[in-house]
Design a protein around this ligand. Structure first.
Ligand code: NAP
Length: 496
């Protein structure tokens, strides 16, 4: 069988099962019916379930020690599974550690049903050698398919699974846990025959399971094949990034064979991840907090402005050579220029952190006169000296003349939505750009509007920096209007 998507269903009663089977059959290629979730499961219920499903099914009934919920006698489990085969179920999943009788008898009794012999490790991902040993042991039993599922405690555990999958034709393998999520999306690329999804995020049957809806609609799972180029966002909280919605929608629309996924990576995992990134020829990455500076040491080449800004937020893999870029600065300028002309304008930049460095270098390049104000004066001073511009404390901004006010601090960002670091009287008739995009209209933008200012929302910067990334990775222009709509939709979801 080619790589397929399986909806894993665990419901406590048959009514819920039927409701979800109907919903899930639209998206999934197969349905796994977890009998162990049904209280008082018996042969009558099983018959009812198998009679009504339209898609091929996998019947699974796991004991507690196998990560399941079945509490009955082993004899009863054997009878249920045997009955499922007699009723013509397509696949039966039996844990390798099941009793001698359950395992061998079921294998002996099988007719049309294909047997998946599975092995789970809920604590860790063992070495590849260890997994090979387990695979060989299971193979001796002669099942139709072998399933080996581990827990990823680090993003780098996923690469053991990808390596292990190589050159095997009968294997389903991926990792559990939030750190294992990339393998649930990418395992099909490396040869896993199945990946599993849940009906919704609070009805998972295993830790880290992604919904079938997201696998299909957000991650384009049906488009993934061995040639798919891997892109993603490297960050400690990469799962919060909205870019996957924008990029994957464009890949689907433009029939580009790429996938963009969150790489949730802590600082300690980064060195090994970058070795794997090269080894597995990932196509590129966006980089976010806290890795924008650290990532620079893994680049073979860095564009000049990113070097000056001192941060890389985009990596492009060009035939094994990694090139680093900064698209925050182009995104910020594009957002401003969409609303106003920068010619002969003076600016006040609030903040002296990473985002401030990007906008300040961009303003300098555009030839603007500007002043940097920051809570920690020393940081404003140091950045201002680098750029040969003025600096001041947040209390002294009234001493300067400016047309544009830019907030590059985190003030006003969710959950601190009722704060703004500038009194609204200083916004009167100005151009007010707030880099914060959550909420979409911050207190500073709201007050700017009240004072007759032209406002520039932070989401535009986010959009335009992502658009340049897309071009750097694929050489193609994404659909800007579509991207804007997708971003808007996601921002509305997180802001309500
Ligand atoms: P950063 O390097 O940590 O810098 C944070 C800056 O904010 C520093 O200047 C800090 O002042 C100041 N700050 C934080 N809280 C403050 C407060 N309550 N009052 C006054 N100043 C405060 O962070 P960053 O990467 O530059 O990000 C800053 C903001 O820009 C974030 O909200 C981020 O979401 C946003 N951003 C948006 C985009 C986009 O695409 N729209 C892109 C990048 C960043 P001190 O130096 O005194 O600590």
């Amino acid at each position: 069988m080619n790589s397929k998507t399986c909806l894993s269903l665990g419901c406590s009663n048959i009514k819920d099962f039927f409701n979800n089977i109907n919903k899930g059959e639209k998206y999934a290629d197969l349905i796994e019916l977890r009998l162990d979730y049904i209280k008082n499961i018996d042969e009558e219920i099983l018959t009812e379930l198998l009679k009504n499903k339209k898609k091929p099914s996998i019947i699974t009934c796991r004991l507690k020690k196998e990560g399941g919920k079945f509490e009955g006698e082993e004899e009863k489990r054997f009878e249920l599974l045997n009955r499922a085969m007699a009723l013509g179920c397509d696949y039966l999943d039996i844990e390798y550690s099941a009793s001698e009788k359950t395992g061998t008898e079921l294998l002996k009794n099988k007719k049309k049903t294909k047997i998946i012999c599975s092995w789970h490790n809920f604590k860790e991902t063992p070495s590849i050698e260890e997994m090979e040993k387990i695979y060989r042991k299971i193979k001796k039993l002669n099942p139709d398919l072998i399933k080996i599922v581990t827990r990823a405690n680090s993003i780098n555990d996923n690469f053991k699974i990808f390596e292990f999958l190589k050159n095997k034709k009968d294997l389903i393998s991926f990792s559990m846990g939030i750190k294992g999520q990339i393998s649930r999306i990418l395992a099909p690329k490396y040869g896993s025959l199945l990946t599993y999804g849940s009906i919704n995020s609070d009805k998972t049957t295993a830790d880290g399971q992604i919904t079938i809806d997201d696998l299909k609609k957000v991650y384009n799972i049906d488009m993934i094949n061995e040639n798919t180029g891997i892109l993603g966002v490297i960050g400690s909280y990469a799962e919060n990034s909205l870019s996957r919605y924008i990029h994957n929608t464009n890949f689907r629309k433009q029939h580009l064979n790429y996938i963009y996924i969150p790489f949730k990576i802590d600082p300690a995992e980064l060195p090994e991840f970058m070795i794997n990134f090269r080894k597995f020829s990932f196509a590129g990455a966006a980089v976010t907090i806290p890795h924008k500076i650290e990532i620079m040491k893994y680049m073979d080449k860095i564009e000049d402005i990113a070097k000056k800004i001192g941060a890389v937020n985009t990596v492009v893999n060009r035939e094994g050579k990694l090139a680093g870029y900064n698209t925050d600065y182009t995104g910020a300028i594009k957002a401003l220029e969409e609303k106003i002309s920068l010619e002969n304008k003076k600016a006040l930049v609030l903040g002296a952190g990473g985002a401030s460095r990007a906008i300040c270098y961009a303003l300098k390049e555009k030839g603007l006169d500007f002043v940097i104000a920051n809570r920690t004066l020393k940081k404003a001073e140091s950045l201002a000296k680098e750029l040969n511009v003025k600096f001041c404390s947040l209390q002294d901004i009234n001493k300067y003349d400016y047309h544009i006010v830019i907030n590059s601090t985190a003030a006003g960002m969710y959950p601190d939505t009722e704060s703004s670091i500038i009194d609204k009287k200083y916004l009167k008739g100005k151009i007010v750009f707030d880099m914060v995009y959550r909420p979409m209209i911050t207190k500073m933008l709201r007050e700017g509007k009240e004072m007759g200012a032209t406002i520039v929302e932070g989401y535009l910067m986010l959009l335009y920096q992502g658009i340049r990334q897309y071009k750097l990775w694929t050489g193609k222009e994404p659909d800007v209007e579509l991207s804007k709509r997708v971003l808007f939709k996601q921002l509305k979801i997180i802001n309500t």
